[in-house]
Design a binder for this molecule. Structure first.
Ligand SMILES: [Zn+2]
Length: 96
């Protein structure tokens, strides 16, 4: 009987400790810990990823332009549309 009494105390203590640890972890995780420029390599990696994604997006838009999936000269970020706009502006400048 004494063993069960002790085990109840032990289990109760363990459950309270577990609850306290869970509350501490919950409170700790709720605060965002965003590291701002802690490592220059991370910023460089982020910049390279952005450049790579921009190139992929421009490639996709060039395919769309080639297949005439968007009207020529209207799509933002499309290199072929940008070329066309630049040519138009050069022609307008030469006309004036
Ligand atoms: Zn285009």
């Amino acid at each position: 009987m004494k063993f069960f009494k002790c085990s109840v105390y032990v289990l109760f203590t363990l459950s309270i400790a577990n609850l306290a640890f869970s509350a501490y972890t919950y409170r700790d995780l709720r605060q965002p810990k965003i590291l701002h420029n802690s490592d220059p390599a991370i910023a460089e990696f982020s910049r390279q990823a952005m450049m790579r994604e921009t190139q992929i997006l421009q490639g996709i838009l060039m395919i769309h332009h080639d297949r005439e999936m968007h009207p020529s000269g209207t799509q933002v970020l499309c290199p072929l549309c940008d070329q066309e706009k630049q040519l138009k502006s050069i022609i307008v400048q030469k006309e004036n």
